[in-house]
Design a protein around this ligand. Sequence first.
Ligand code: AMP
Length: 221
Amino acid sequence: MRCILIGLPGSGKGTQAASLAAKFGIAHISTGDMMRAAIERGTEIGLLARKAMESGGLVSDDIVIGLVRDRIREPDCQDGFVMDGFPRTLEQAVALRKAHIRIDYAIELEVSERDVMDRMSGRRVHPASGRVYHVKFNPPRLPDADDVTGEPLVQRSDDREDVVKERISAYNSRTLPIISYYVDWERSGDPEAPRFVKVNGQGSAAGVRERLAAVVSEVKV
Ligand code: AMP
């Protein structure tokens, strides 16, 4: 089972990718998490990633493609993977196709821009554990404190409203074209083409999970 999730920042790709990975026992490849890990380690890639993330822009294709190429060679990807946040540009989608890495499903999670603004501006994280809260939809027991440790919650710097607007605009200009790329590829009748499906990403995470499970229940072989 190999699939990619496409959707606006804040559409729930990360949450749903983690569920799919657990359900199928496959790897979860999040390029966003890979960037954050590089920033944490203070590597050269991390420095470039920090710059891109702080402005709401994208990290360069060469870097991301190289990282993903290495990542999918790792043993935990043997039985499959779910990619969240990659491909994010036409160049990345073309690189994936050229590498002949067969993908079963390209799934677009559909949510409105208004919804992602609400979701992201209210998101708070506990940096040490990665636990995620939302001031309105999933509040911690005490304001701004982690339920388990009581430590302070923070807002990811790229979840600030001005940065979110930039990220949405980067999605519309750089990522949206990959939707028609996958639609056209499937229409061409190429047996290597992933099946392209749209899933309604509005509402609760559990509801979205059910709709996704219905789509991928019958995996192409
Ligand atoms: P995410 O957590 O997926 O929203 O990613 C956070 C940030 O990492 C993005 O806003 C980009 O700056 C960078 N990033 C993640 N994935 C990619 C990608 N496939 N191509 C370019 N930049 C990426």
